[in-house]
Design a protein. Structure first.
Length: 219
């Protein structure tokens, strides 16, 4: 059974008792610039858990809840001032933790996030804010991941993938800002002892092989 993607729901969806192997749960964040393959890898890791009866919640940020939708709308209508953007991201994350992440971890489940606060640090940092301060501020209230999978890909390759899936890059996906965001992701990974940097420039199968190896070593 592949776990249902849950936004804003505290209970894990299942038809039979699920295995919950971790006291306090396991939080996995998948990070990287647009086009790195985060959504695909998150779904495949969650499928692996579901097929083995392991309780798993998969979600993403920004969410589809109230504050997250305001951010998603701005991607099409034009980016908000950076401080306003940061405030909405914090409100969305606090709501996400209260509704979904916190309860799922408390149940002992695995939580897999397609973007988390490293993305806030990278994307708002690319607009001039102090990325290290953003991380410190977010970690003052947000659960720290047990594992961060940083999918690293060249900006041109990421933009090409966005176009190949039929989308056009939005205001968050301009080449100059993505280059700066990627640089911050690299720095965060180098400064962290919970991150695994994965070369995501090749075939999805190879990216999944590396991601699965890191995930299974931790899970």
């Amino acid at each position: 059974m592949v776990p249902e993607k849950v936004e804003g729901a505290a209970k894990l969806s299942h038809d039979r008792p699920m295995i919950r192997p971790f006291d306090g749960g396991l939080l996995v964040a998948i990070e990287g610039i647009d086009g790195a393959g985060k959504t695909s890898i998150a779904a495949l890791l969650a499928q692996w858990c579901g097929e083995r009866g392991i309780g798993c919640l998969i979600s993403k940020e920004p969410t589809s809840n109230h504050w997250g939708m305001k951010l998603r709308e701005s991607a099409q209508s034009g980016r908000l001032p950076v401080e306003e953007e940061l405030k909405l991201l914090e409100l969305d994350r606090r709501d996400h933790i209260e509704r979904s992440i916190g309860p799922a971890l408390a149940e002992g489940g695995i939580v897999i996030l397609d973007r988390y606060y490293w993305s806030t640090a990278a994307y708002q940092g690319s607009r001039g804010l102090d990325y290290q301060k953003i991380v410190a501020d977010m970690e003052s209230f947000a659960p720290i991941p047990d594992l961060v999978l940083f999918l690293d890909v060249d900006v041109d390759a990421g933009l090409q993938r966005i176009r190949m899936r039929g989308d056009q890059p939005n205001d968050f996906e301009k080449k100059s800002s993505l280059n700066e965001a990627r640089d911050i992701f690299v720095k965060l990974a180098e400064e962290s002892d919970i991150a695994i940097k994965i070369d995501a420039s090749g075939h999805l199968k190879e990216t999944l092989r590396q991601a699965m190896g890191a995930f299974r070593a931790r899970a």
